[in-house]
Design a protein around this ligand. Sequence first.
Ligand code: PGA
Length: 254
Amino acid sequence: MRRKLVVGNWKMYGRLGRNKALLEEVLKGIKDLNNAEYGVCVPYPYLAQAQSMLQGTKLAWGAQNLSQHEEGAFTGAVAPGMLVDFGCRYVIIGHSERRALFHESNEIASAKFDAAIKAGMTPIFCVGETLAEREGGVTEQVVARQLEVVLNHAGVEAMAKTVIAYEPVWAIGTGKTASPDQAQAVHAFIRQQVAQLDGQTAQGLCILYGGSVKANNSPELFAMPDIDGGLIGGASLVAEDFVAICRAAHMAAQ
Ligand code: PGA
């Protein structure tokens, strides 16, 4: 059976004191949830805090972005090796906020994906359609294109070291979740795209759902055959909610 995974995406939220309280409570809450895996992707300045608090615990940590360059004159950018220095296991790539607000194209996301793999981290590669694209009936084309760029470039072998996150843009931070059936359909489609190249890799591929996952909708979502967990924004900032979602993954994996 594939593992279940829940990863918090803190986005641009956090302060040292708040993080400490949140992480302590989450660690306490997931102590006995042994069936699934858990992580948090924190803002860069808090990687050192995450590393010192989470080393040797059940909660892995990572970043929300990285530069595609190894080093150089790129003011304000953060190199893959720097994330490795702080023990990052995960790095989110191609989040829709990066794509929309920071103009990251499929090609840039693909270069960042390559950089993450090369540095030995697990990319959490985000795909998903906008509301207009869903209403226009092109969800599958959009997702296929986002995946294809990475598959063509890095090859299907890289999928063995990758987590995919399906995040419909219309569901992110809006309180509107894709229904379990809607999400399942796209997850199955993603798995099938990878299966066309390598069936075994596709079977092992961890595909998370993201977009307004909350404590109350997570059990239903995680029960779907191709939904292997969640990428959690808002609810990852409230310990009780995040732990409840982790528990749903733990239960679904039993
Ligand atoms: P949300 O965000 O859970 O707040 O909708 C998910 C994400 O953007 O990863």
